[in-house]
Each structure stands twice: as C-alpha cells, then as structure tokens.
Design a protein around this ligand. Structure first.
Ligand SMILES: [Zn+2]
Length: 145
C-alpha cells in the first residue's frame, strides 16, 4: 500500500501512466523500439500520441519506427528545488529533441554535463527500463553524427 503521509508521495519517482493514446508507444519502448504515430492519409508524423492528425484530422494512422536520431532543439538545467525523488540527480538537463522525423520529444541526455549541451547537438535514443511496464526513452550523444 502506498504511504500517503505528508511528503512521502513526493519520494516516489513519478512515472508515465499509459492510456489508450500512448499504450502502444510504451509497448514499443519495452521492446527497445521508438515508434511515433504517422498519419495514413497525409504522412505527417506526430508526437505526443493522440487520436487524430493535426494536419488533416484523419483518424487513420500507424505506429512507425523512428530512426532514434535527433538534435537538441532547446533545453534547460534543473538545479532545484525539485521533488525529493529527483533531488539526487540535480543538476540535470531537460531537453527538447527535434527528431529526424520532424517531431519534438522531451527527455534527457544522460551522458552530458550541463555546460556541454549545445543547440543542434546530435543525440540518439536509448531505452531505460524502470519497471515491468515502463521503459523510458532517454538520449545519449551521438559522436558519429
Ligand atoms: Zn494527416
């Protein structure tokens, strides 16, 4: 049973809660695949997962494999205060990555000190299992790109 005494809940690492829109995304990440929705009518990629295409409003789509490659579009460094669950990680980065497919993906670059992050820095997706259901997508620098 979860301990809900004051403060205790903030010690627990908050994780995504899969729903009808994104459960296929998390099933793919468990297999080590990064997949984004792609409109079956006009071909537009989209992320975050949602039922309809933002361009043509079609509800027909597939879950297509991403290359996992992207470039840092923007970022911030978190120094705190933050939730106790994240306190041991500060300072940490939060990045917006522009993926090769043209979608933005918010996550973290794991092998990068705060002062080393640059706009346009090439990164690649990696998979970080946190429990039986959730595997998070994070990034590492792609030094070959
Ligand atoms: Zn479309």
């Amino acid at each position: 049973m979860t301990d809900l005494r004051e403060g205790a809940i903030t010690q627990i690492l908050p994780l995504p809660q899969p729903n009808l829109d994104n459960q296929e995304f998390y099933e793919a990440t468990r297999r080590g695949e990064l997949r984004f929705q792609r409109c079956a009518r006009c071909g537009t990629w989209r992320h975050y997962p949602r039922p309809a295409c933002p361009e043509c409003h079609s509800r027909e789509y597939g879950w297509e494999l991403s290359t996992g490659q992207g470039r840092v579009y923007s970022w911030t460094i978190v120094y705190g205060p933050t939730l106790p669950a994240f306190q041991d990680d500060v300072p940490y980065n939060v990045v917006d990555v522009l993926m090769e497919e043209g979608v933005h993906f918010q996550s973290q670059v794991l092998d990068c000190q705060p002062e080393e992050i640059r706009e346009g820095m090439p990164v690649e997706a990696i998979f970080v299992p946190v429990d039986d259901d959730i595997t998070l997508v994070k990034f590492r620098r792609n030094r070959d790109a």
